[in-house]
Write a protein that binds this ligand. Structure first.
Ligand code: C2E
Ligand code: CA
Ligand code: CA
Ligand code: CA
Length: 282
């Protein structure tokens, strides 16, 4: 018999096999989806606590699957990440988000920054810096309106490499935010070395900020850390007025969450932001 090689068929348990088949089907669907333009971005506003104005949005990816309907990212990002498809997809996300930012401005919407999530595979891809520059150049967008969100674990994976890439990214002039802060493995020494502009408090702490003394202590500590390092602090997943009041009182800078708005498609976002920011001035 042939020596075991690439083409060898191994024995799977029935369950593992189903999962693999589903994964493979989805991966093929993903490849097709890129060609067929089945992805779209929705945008969730962030409100500045001090001024009440909407100052930015976060772009969130959705897949309009022909049979399964609108899929949230946790249904397909892991497969995209594993297969490497996240790299071209993530490039599309940056380009789409930059183009949308410029389209809103052309439609008379005051400039709101746009944030995009980066995946680990993207961060460690050789072309990340040129992809960022290309997205900005194609849209004709100034870099300081684009914000890139990374997570702690992405940096901890390979701290030396990550710092080099993050510094190169920062040189392009875009803003950097650390996402889901507090949920991953953090080294304060490392956080200090990353050229950060923003910290986002993970939703899990915001959730029980009023009821769980531990979560409250962590949220307060993150806000203090942000203030000490002169970073803007954003709380994500804010769902109640009481949570907002707490965050305001403790010096958090921005909030994002269902209390305020769910992620919206581009036109709805435009209407929401102009109503909101205009209503504030009247
Ligand atoms: P994330 O970056 O932490 O994004 C925030 C998630 O929290 C979004 O889920 C948003 O819809 C949800 N959210 C916002 N406010 C609230 C709230 O008040 N309550 C609750 N329960 N949820 C809230 P979504 O859109 O399903 O995205 C999930 C994750 O998928 C994101 O988490 C991000 O890690 C990833 N993701 C989304 N778009 C992209 C993308 O373009 N590229 C990459 N690499 N990852 C993405
Ligand atoms: Ca994010
Ligand atoms: Ca988060
Ligand atoms: Ca997340």
């Amino acid at each position: 018999a042939k020596a075991e090689g690439k083409g060898v068929v191994r024995l799977f348990s029935p369950k593992a096999k189903t999962q693999t088949l589903q994964g493979l089907t989805l991966e093929n669907d993903l490849r097709r989806a890129i060609k067929r333009d089945e992805f779209l971005l929705v945008y969730q506003p962030k409100r500045c606590i001090a001024t009440g104005a909407i100052t930015g949005v976060e772009a969130l990816l959705r897949w309009r699957h022909p049979e399964l309907g609108l899929l949230p990212p946790d249904r397909f990002i892991p497969i995209a990440e594993e297969s490497g498809l996240i790299v071209p997809m993530g490039k599309w996300v940056m380009e789409r988000a930059c183009a949308q930012h410029m389209a809103w401005r052309a439609q008379g919407l005051g400039p709101v920054s746009v944030a995009v999530n980066l995946s680990p595979r993207q961060l460690y891809d050789d072309h990340i810096v040129s992809d960022i520059c290309e997205a900005l150049a194609k849209a004709g967008m100034e870099p300081d309106w684009l914000e890139l969100e990374i997570t702690e674990n992405m940096v901890m994976q390979d701290a030396g490499d990550a710092l080099m890439v993050l510094r190169a990214i920062k040189e392009t002039g875009v803003k950097l935010a650390i996402d889901d802060f507090g949920a991953g493995h953090t080294s304060f020494a490392l956080i200090r070395q990353i050229p950060l502009d923003k910290i986002k408090i993970d939703r899990s702490f915001v959730n029980d900020i009023l009821t769980d003394p531990n979560d409250r202590a962590i949220a307060e500590a993150i806000i203090s850390l942000g203030q000490a390092l002169k970073l803007r602090v954003v709380a994500e997943g804010v769902e109640t007025e009481a949570q907002e009041a707490f965050l305001r009182e403790h010096g958090c800078n921005e909030i994002q969450g269902y209390l305020f708005s769910r992620p919206l498609e581009a036109d709805a976002l435009h209407a929401f932001v102009s109503d909101h920011n205009l209503g504030r001035l009247l």
